[in-house]
Each structure stands twice: as C-alpha cells, then as structure tokens.
Design a protein around this ligand. Sequence first.
Ligand SMILES: [Zn+2]
Length: 324
Amino acid sequence: MTAMIDLTDGASMTALSFDTRDSCISCGSKHFTTVWSASYEDASIQYYMDKYGYAVDWRSELSGQPIELAQCDQCEMLFHQHILQPASLETLYSEWIDEDQIDTLTESLEHASASTAQFEAATRNVRHILRLNRLLGKQFGNDAQPWRILDFGCGAAEFLKQASLFGFATWGVDFSTTRATQALNQQISIIPSLDSYREDNTDPVHAISLFQVLEHLDQPRETLTDLADVLAPGGILIIEVPNCGTDAEVLGAPRSFEEFRNVHPLEHINAFTPDTLTALVESIGLTKINPGPAHVTDKPDALLRSELTRFYEPKRTNQYFRKG
Ligand SMILES: [Zn+2]
C-alpha cells in the first residue's frame, strides 16, 4: 500500500512516499499490536523532530502522516508500520541530512564533548578489532590473514580506517551520499551496495559489521540474508543497534529525546531488544557467540568488569554471531 504526500508549497526537493508494513519484519506473522500511535502534529513530536535540524521543512513534508509502532504478537519484535519507500529513504539520507544537519544533531545529543565521544568510539573500535583478530585466528588460522572485513553502513568509515591500520583488508558499503563523500575525503573508498562487492570479488569475507544500521533498514531480514551469503562459513557478524527494552518492558510512546531517537519513525524503523535481535539473526542460520573480553583501558576496574564477561555476558544489543 502506498500513500503519496502532495507538496504544493514548493519547499521540497523530492516528495516522500510511504509503504505500510502488514507483517512482522522478523517472523512474518500478520498478528501484531500497536504500542505507540502518534502524529507529526503532536507538540512532543515537533519538539523532538526540530532537534534533528533537517535541511527541509519537515512539517509540510509529513503533515497528516501517521506514526504507529507495532509489536509482533508472535515474536515480540517492535517495528514501525509506516515507513519511507526505498527511494524516499535515499531522499532522507541524501537531501534531508547534510553536514549542517549532522552538526545540529550532534549538538542536541548529550555527549560530554565531541572529543570524549570520539575517544570512546576509537577505543570501542579497537576492542572489536582485537576480538576479531582472536576469533578469526582461531577459526581460520593466522595464515589466512589479512582478514577481509566488510562494514555495512560504514558512514564516515571511522571503523575501517582503524581496521586498515591493523592490517585488515577493508570494504565499506554506504548508500548515504553525504557520509560516503566524507569518507572519500579521508581517502577511504566506499561502494554503494553489496552487489558492487559481489561483482568485483569472488572470495567471501571473514567478518561483517553493522554498527547502528539494522534499525534503519526497510527489510532487515532480507539484508541480513544477503550479507550472510558473502560471509565465509565460520565468519563473524557483529551487530550494534539501540536497545529498545527488555522482556519485561519495551519502548512504547517515547518519554525523552533519548527514547525518541531509539524509535524515530523515519530513521529507526526497527526497534530491537537483546532477545529480538538474537532471534532475528539466529533465524537466518547464524549462532550468537560470547566474543569474550578485549582490553583497551588504563583502568583496572574496567579491565576486571570486562574479564567477568567470560563467565557472565549481560544482555545487550551489541552482539557477535558466527556463521555455521
Ligand atoms: Zn514476529
């Protein structure tokens, strides 16, 4: 089902089109319950949307468009029912979001400072690289290096730049023109789709990462299946998504900007809990693994906390999986 938004004020570059999902994006069930229903005319939605600083007049673009977050009765997956069609998603990420928008949103977020956030992201990336090196060495033997890694939705390719420094062979996939341009400026080449990888390469990759990507995809199950196809048997998949709740309580109507970000009806159209993330990925044949600790810290207590994850892994929406 498709609904066009008619734009008469000439403010828009490209009109948006929506699809309505009529089945669960994880298990395919047709039975689900609406847990949050809203409209873009609501004062709270307008307050949150304005913080994003989009490059277009979003009010006229989205007037009359419903917001409905559904939860599957069968598998408990949360997902938005009304989502942008693929061409409109492209419009969102290439026309609504530009460098000014990214700056405005960054200012709206409650990081201690941009430098602190960058430092934390860099140490997090190195922890992933150390874990991958250990897991892949065990699986394939160190003679199989360099590790071939593909970052799907790589943004400005921060992770790949670090992985390259550690000797990994890297590919980045990103369909956002703005972010791809940023990455090109930093001498990292990005391919626009997984098909481009398949056209140029016959070897499967040893690892795939999706950092804050799966929540954006119109067909997450299908994309995961395609990705698993280019992953070597025994290869590792890393996924990080926003955490939208627990078994006991999932996000419904957002009560803060942080909660709104997790279930943003245009951008975060799939809302995962630790359990629904595991269930979706395992349903396509991968197995969740405990990746064990990796230490990039000068704090003994952080090292100890991390060591404990060998024995007890807290439920999180940052997860590792192995193919086969
Ligand atoms: Zn379901």
